[in-house]
Design a protein around this ligand. Structure first.
Ligand code: PLP
Length: 400
C-alpha cells in the first residue's frame, strides 16, 4: 500500500555498507575482525583543521551560510583549482556541497531525464549506477579489464556513446582499482569527446592527492581546455585531509550547471554545515604537509599489501598507483573449498568465507561491476594490515 518511488524501489542499497554491517554483526557476536572495507583514511583530521572547527563554534559561526557556500571558502576553492589543476576561474564558478557525493548527486539530478544514459567505466564506485538509477536514467557500464589497467580506452568510449548519452563519469585515482589516468590517456579520451558535443563529463577527483610513485595528477578539464564548458570537476576534503565526517565537497563547471545545482541544493540541504566549511577553509589554506605524510604512509602500505597478496596462492594483484585500494583477482580461488566446507563459487562467496573463516573483511569486486575480485582497502595501521595480509594468505593456502 505504501509504494516507494519507483526509481528508489529499484535501486540497490550500498554494497559497501552491507559488508560493513556484516562486519559489525560478527564483531557484536564476539568475533575478532580486521576490516579492509573502509572507504576513508584511518588518520585523524589534522590538528589545525579541527581547531578551526572548534574556533568557528566559539566565534558563533553557527548559522546558515549562502546555499553555494562561504565566500572565503569558495575563493579558497577557486585558488585550489588554479594552483593545483591549472583551471582559471573566479569564486563564482565554484559550489560547496555536503560531501563530494552531493556534488555528484546534484549534478546528475539537475540534468538527467528518463531514458538518458550515463557512461561509466567498470569497475566503478558503487554509488554511480545507483544515483543514475535514482534519477530514472540508465547506467551504461563499460567493462575495463586488468589488461588495460582497468581504464577506459578511447575505442570503448566511442563505442558506448549514443544520442542518449548525457554524461561520462571519470574517476582517477579510481575507487576501487587505484588506477590513475595519465595526461596522454585523458587527452585521447578528450579527442573522442570533442566529436560528441552533447556529452557532459563528470570528473571525480576526490582521490587526487593520494597518488604514488611521484606520478603527476591530471584532470580532463585541464588537459583539454576545449572541454571546459561541459566538464564538472569535482573534489573535496574527505580523502585529502581525512575529513570524511565533516561532509564537505566542492566542484567547478559551466555556469548554467553550477546555477542549476545551487537551485537544487537550495531546496534540499541548503548550504553545507557552516562549522565544517570553516574547517575546510583551514584545510585548503593552511599547511599542506599532512597530504605528503598520508601519501607516504599509503604508498608504504600499498607496497606491503600488493607484495603480500601476490604471495597468496590464487590471488593476483596489479600495482595500483593511487587511492588506498588494491583490487586483487581471486579467480584462482573460484571452485575451491574452504576447510569449513564452503564452496567458493563467486567472489562474494570468497569475501564471505574470508570474513567467516579468517576474520578479514574485504568487498567483492562484483559489487563494483567486475568479478571475481576483492577490493582490499589498506586504510588501517601497518601492524593490523600485516596481520590481515597474513590471515588472507593463510586462508588461501588452506583451500582444497
Ligand atoms: N567519489 C568516490 C570515488 C568515493 O570513493 C567517495 C567516497 O567514498 C566519494 C566520491 C564521496 O566522498 P565524500 O562524499 O565523502 O566527499
Amino acid at each position: 500500500v505504501h509504494a516507494l518511488n519507483r526509481f528508489l524501489a529499484q535501486a540497490k542499497p550500498s554494497a559497501t555498507y552491507k559488508v560493513m554491517d556484516r562486519v559489525a554483526a560478527r564483531r557484536s557476536a564476539g568475533a575478532q575482525v580486521i576490516s579492509l572495507c573502509a572507504g576513508e583514511p584511518d588518520f585523524d583530521t589534522p590538528g589545525h583543521v579541527r581547531e578551526a572547527g572548534i574556533a568557528a563554534i566559539r566565534a558563533g559561526h553557527t548559522r546558515y551560510t549562502q546555499v553555494a557556500g562561504l565566500r572565503a571558502l569558495r575563493e579558497a576553492i577557486a585558488a585550489k583549482f588554479q594552483r593545483e589543476n591549472g583551471l582559471e576561474l573566479d569564486w563564482r564558478g565554484t559550489l560547496v556541497c555536503s560531501g563530494g557525493k552531493q556534488a555528484i548527486f546534484n549534478a546528475l539530478a539537475a540534468t538527467l531525464n528518463e531514458g538518458d544514459e550515463v557512461i561509466m567505466p567498470a569497475p566503478y564506485w558503487v554509488s554511480y549506477p545507483e544515483i543514475v538509477q535514482l534519477c530514472g536514467s540508465k547506467a551504461i557500464t563499460v567493462a575495463c579489464n586488468a589488461g588495460n589497467g582497468f581504464k577506459l580506452t578511447p575505442a570503448a568510449l566511442q563505442a558506448a556513446i549514443t544520442p542518449r548519452t548525457r554524461w561520462l563519469i571519470l574517476n582517477s585515482p579510481s575507487n576501487p582499482t587505484g588506477a590513475v589516468y595519465s595526461r596522454a590517456e585523458l587527452q585521447a579520451l578528450a579527442e573522442v569527446l570533442l566529436a560528441h558535443p552533447h556529452v557532459l563529463v563528470l570528473s571525480d577527483d576526490i582521490y587526487e592527492h593520494l597518488i604514488f610513485d611521484g606520478l603527476a595528477f591530471f584532470t580532463i578539464a585541464q588537459v583539454e581546455p576545449r572541454l571546459r564548458e561541459r566538464v564538472l570537476t569535482m573534489n573535496g576534503v574527505s580523502k585529502a585531509y581525512a575529513m570524511t565526517g565533516w561532509r564537505i565537497g566542492f566542484c567547478t563547471g559551466p555556469g548554467w550547471l553550477i546555477e542549476a545545482m545551487e537551485k537544487l541544493q537550495g531546496q534540499q540541504t541548503s548550504g553545507a554545515c557552516t562549522i565544517s566549511q570553516h574547517a575546510a577553509l583551514a584545510a585548503l589554506t593552511g599547511p599542506q604537509d599532512f597530504i605528503q605524510q598520508s601519501r607516504t604512509a599509503f604508498q608504504r602500505r600499498r607496497d606491503m599489501v600488493v607484495e603480500s597478496l601476490n604471495q597468496a596462492p590464487g590471488l593476483h594483484c596489479e600495482v595500483p598507483q593511487g587511492a588506498f585500494y588494491a583490487f586483487a583477482s581471486c579467480e584462482g580461488l573460484i571452485g575451491k573449498t574452504t576447510p569449513g566446507g564452503t564452496q567458493l563459487d563467486t567472489d562474494e562467496a570468497v569475501a564471505t568465507a574470508l570474513l567467516g573463516e579468517a576474520g578479514v573483511a574485504a568487498v567483492h569486486g562484483s559489487a563494483f561491476g567486475l568479478g571475481p575480485y576483492l577490493r582490499v582497502a589498506y586504510a588501517i595501521d601497518d601492524a593490523a594490515l600485516r596481520g590481515a595480509c597474513e590471515a588472507i594468505r593463510h586462508f588461501c593456502t588452506r583451500l582444497a
